[in-house]
Design a protein around this ligand. Structure first.
Ligand SMILES: NC(=O)C1=CN([C@@H]2O[C@H](COP(=O)(O)OP(=O)(O)OC[C@H]3O[C@@H](n4cnc5c(N)ncnc54)[C@H](OP(=O)(O)O)[C@@H]3O)[C@@H](O)[C@H]2O)C=CC1
Ligand SMILES: O=C(CO)COP(=O)(O)O
Length: 330
């Protein structure tokens, strides 16, 4: 039997990616930090907490996270963005011989304001190949084998191409690029902007307002990407426009749903509903990075102000609508 693919993290996206890697023809080891949850998942073949109703494919072995990761063809790291550094530090030694590390979280690290590829480069042994996977892909869709396309980025174009081929299956298509920064900015940024779109929906401001917001939010994401070394054409692709369109228009998105509840009057603490809304953690980092380089990002700044409790929804909306008129492409 060929070497397995490691998937570290047994939440919605880790479980879905395990199914997708199995459909691509690989044995998969799915590593969970909670040994009891791992044993249950392995026995019951379903992840009722994170992905109810979707069977775990037969080629997946779910087990407790340990240092026995070595010998895999690749390791997908599928934990929340704010935990990536800690997990990489804990697994630093075995990850040196567990194939390329593929970062699947979407976010920017708070405190350090670091992109996740930079976190990985700082933590992992020098020379460990690192890639980023991102794009419009609800876990429930991917886990069920519905057609999905995402982007796989690595600075070495050959590695990006070979990992895309490795993980692509009958309904899960990976496109590849060497623009790591562009791909991770698209994934991290769209979560923040999806919260804004949810707020507009929750406040009942109408479909026209939401369409305008998507377009203006995308314009500011492009400005941010240009300033931080991402290529504009990357942002026009799956991990940018594609993912923004998906998550800015569907209550299936946890970030959109979080925004909807904020728009309807919930506090930032209450609005998550116990689900991961990555944009809430990334908003301040995105806004802070933009401000430090004088990049105009009013939508991201507005979301950061709301989720950190510095401003209320009504004031923020009034402020956005009162901004001076300007040329659309200025
Ligand atoms: N869900 C989706 O549709 C998609 C998600 N993503 C991205 O993937 C990332 C993960 O999201 P998702 O799987 O949905 O999140 P979930 O909330 O569904 O699951 C998070 C998982 O991470 C585990 N985890 C949390 N902290 C740690 C830690 N310190 N060490 C080990 N495991 C940990 C949790 O374990 P425990 O249960 O023990 O807490 C849980 O298994 C996010 O950045 C998200 O943006 C990307 C594309 C699609
Ligand atoms: O990133 C995702 C889809 O591409 C999942 O979005 P949410 O985290 O908002 O649910």
């Amino acid at each position: 039997m060929s070497a397995p693919i490691n998937v570290v993290g047994g939440g919605a996206w880790g479980t879905a990616l395990a199914n997708a890697a199995t459909a691509a023809g690989h044995p998969v080891t799915l590593w969970l930090r909670d040994p009891e949850a791992a044993a249950r998942l392995d026995a019951e073949r379903e992840n009722p907490r994170y992905l109810p109703g979707v069977p775990l494919q037969a080629g997946i072995h779910a087990t407790a996270l340990s240092e026995k990761l070595a010998g895999a063809r690749a390791t997908l790291l599928v934990v929340p963005a704010q935990t990536v550094r800690g997990v990489l530090e804990a697994l630093r030694a075995p990850l040196a011989s567990a194939g390329p590390v593929i970062l699947c979280a979407k976010g920017i690290e708070r405190g350090s304001d670091s992109f996740l590829s930079a976190v990985a480069e700082a933590v992992l042994p020098p020379g460990t190949p690192v890639a980023v996977l991102s794009g419009p892909s609800f876990a429930a869709d991917v886990a069920r084998g519905l057609p999905t396309a995402v982007t796989l980025a690595a600075t070495d174009p050959g590695l990006a191409a070979s990992l895309s081929a490795l993980l692509s299956g009958p309904s899960f298509r990976l496109y590849h690029t060497d623009d790591v920064r562009g791909v991770e900015i698209g994934g991290a940024g769209k979560n923040v902007l999806a919260i804004a779109c949810g707020i507009v929906a929750g406040r009942g401001l109408g479909e026209s307002a939401r369409a305008a917001l998507i377009a203006r939010a995308f314009a500011e994401l492009m400005r941010f990407a240009r300033a931080f070394g991402g290529r504009p054409e990357t942002l026009m692709g799956l991990s940018g426009l594609g993912d923004l369109v998906l998550t800015a228009s569907s209550p299936q998105s946890r970030n959109f749903a979080f925004g909807q509840r904020l728009g309807a009057g919930a506090s930032p603490e209450a609005a998550s509903g116990g689900k991961l809304a990555e944009g809430a953690f990334t908003a301040a980092a995105l806004a802070g990075l933009a401000a430090a380089r004088s990049i105009d990002m009013p939508v991201a700044q507005a979301v950061a102000a709301i989720v950190t409790g510095r401003a209320g929804v009504e004031d923020v909306i009034a402020g956005l609508l009162a901004r001076p008129l300007r040329g659309e492409m200025d």
